[in-house]
Design a protein around this ligand. Sequence first.
Ligand code: SAM
Length: 203
Amino acid sequence: MTTDVNSPRKWDADYEHKTDGWDLGGPTPVFKRLISSRQLIPGRMIVLCAGRGHDAREFARHGFQVTAVDFSSQAVQEMHRLASPEASMEILQHDIFALPDAFNHAFDYVLQYTCFCAIDPKRRAEYAELVTRLLKPSGIYIDLVFPLDGRKGGPPFAVSASEILDLFQARGFKLISREKPAESVSPRRHAEELFLFQKSSPG
Ligand SMILES: C[S@@+](CC[C@H](N)C(=O)[O-])C[C@H]1O[C@@H](n2cnc3c(N)ncnc32)[C@H](O)[C@@H]1O
């Protein structure tokens, strides 16, 4: 069995063997609040490393036009199994780093949760380039960052707030808001932070 996080086989094995403790079994509470606050106008959204798609379906159910991407065939099967007509969305089995050019500047929103910490840490600049190319000008990056606890090893690989700010501000993103969500599930409380960034607009 491979442990290479760049390989879908590693993640397939986690789903098969139920070593998928990251799965909350439903939408992430802070995203539910974000949706009900109506701060975000429904638009086209891509959810990276969507897993079983709980968050993707929640946004789709509230009028967002969602593309949910994961390269694990097990995750994608689960998204199809859990699909519901009131939360219709596009489900794509694809490596996020090889998404087609047709997706360039196509999305109003990019959303990640437990994706950035799952990829090979050496690929973080490549990941920031990916988010930049997917978003339309003025598009919003919804980034729920975990784990902020400086742990060794991974996945999940540790993340720091300063690293996130550096990666995205260096690419012209403006920080709109940041907060440590009160409703984080208990093992993750104080170890995650929600950042909303806006991509720059030309001119
Ligand atoms: C820790 S899980 C999180 C899943 C989901 N975000 C959640 O919170 O339940 C990481 C997911 O990222 C997917 N993944 C990792 N690297 C990927 C890549 N390069 N392209 C697409 N999916 C990837 C894995 O297959 C796995 O489903």
